[in-house]
Design a protein around this ligand. Structure first.
Ligand code: CP
Length: 317
């Protein structure tokens, strides 16, 4: 595997989940693969789970790991070609990337959508520059349009908790005070559309996601209807995708918050969220603290999804 940016990079999804669950049973079985190999993790944005779980995954595989926070200690990077660099940006990303590539064997990149230019974001400009210029296998640790390590961990979690062969999984928009990218819901849809689940997306009008990710999924604008009979409720906020509102907040309607009343509409569903989560905006305290909340095991599976991806990349070196 040379790149990991979306569900297709995993090939057969059932096999990938099976491999992940095998790794989970003995996460140190492949320690030899990473011996004398270095994983570089480059963060343009903050992280708790991705940073810790990916570093741990690399260590489980015997790798050395280096973490670079671009905005804390590194030179400020210019990311657009053709700019006259007479401002505060000291180094161009086109030199920085191959330099970074020269110090490592694999690179993970976190670079969120900036909401300044939809084309720049949806072309995955920063991630693709790493793929093009680093000379090393590159995986997304959440880029502008996708968070495939999160979605893979979500699918592993659903596989572990499902009670029926084809569970109903509902992705629901929920309110948030800040404008958040569409990366998590995009990748979640990308994975659920390939998985054996009855997948429904619900959100207020105006929050339609990119059709490239929604594909054939059912979109239900009435949240209560969507939640009826759900086995898994996956809550997430995102800002508007469609023009002319790209990156804007259109609603903070707290009637969309996942509460115990909303969960009562479901088939005793499990509650999921990628974290970090804003309590009593996205989900009420009682729901996230309930026995049906699986946000902690979901986050723990980030180590397993990352380890499966890194293992495959090491095997292809
Ligand atoms: N879910 C997730 O990616 O968490 P972090 O932003 O803390 O890495």
């Amino acid at each position: 595997m040379r790149t990991y940016t979306n569900v297709k990079d995993l090939g057969d999804l059932n096999l990938a989940v099976k491999e992940a669950l095998e790794i989970k049973k003995n996460r140190y079985a492949y320690k030899h693969l990473g011996e004398n190999k270095t994983l570089l993790m480059v963060f343009f944005n903050s992280s708790l789970r991705t940073r810790l779980s990916t570093q741990k995954a690399g260590m489980n595989l015997g790798m050395n790991t280096i973490v670079l926070d671009i905005n804390q200690g590194a030179w400020k990077l210019e990311t657009e070609r053709g700019v006259i660099m007479d401002g505060d940006k000291t180094e161009h990303i086109l030199e920085a990337i191959p330099v970074m590539g020269s110090y490592c064997d694999l690179i993970g990149v976190r670079a969120f959508a900036q909401f300044e230019n939809k084309e720049y974001d949806y072309n995955e400009t920063i991630l693709n520059q790493f793929i093009q210029y680093s000379g090393k296998p590159v995986f997304s640790m959440e880029a502008a349009t996708g968070h495939p390590l999160q979605a893979f961990a979500d699918l592993i979690t659903i596989e572990e908790y499902k009670k029926t062969n084809r569970p109903k999984v509902v992705l629901t928009w929920a309110p948030h005070p800040k404008a958040l990218p569409q990366a998590v819901p995009n990748s979640f849809a990308d994975f659920m559309n390939e998985a054996n689940v009855d997948f429904v997306i619900t959100h207020p009008e105006g929050y339609e996601l990119d059709p490239k990710f929604v594909r054939g999924a059912k979109v239900e604008y009435d949240q209560d209807k969507a939640l009826a009979g759900a086995d898994f409720v996956y809550a997430k906020n995102w800002a508007a995708y469609t023009d002319p509102n790209y990156g804007k907040i259109l609603s903070k309607d707290r009637s969309w918050t996942i509460s115990s009343e909303k969960m009562a509409l479901t088939n005793d569903a499990y509650f999921m969220h990628c974290l970090p989560v804003r309590r009593n905006m996205i989900v009420t305290d009682d729901v996230i603290e309930s026995p049906r909340s699986i946000v902690i095991p979901e986050a723990a599976n980030r180590e397993i999804s990352a380890q499966t991806v890194i293992k495959r990349m090491l095997e292809s070196l």
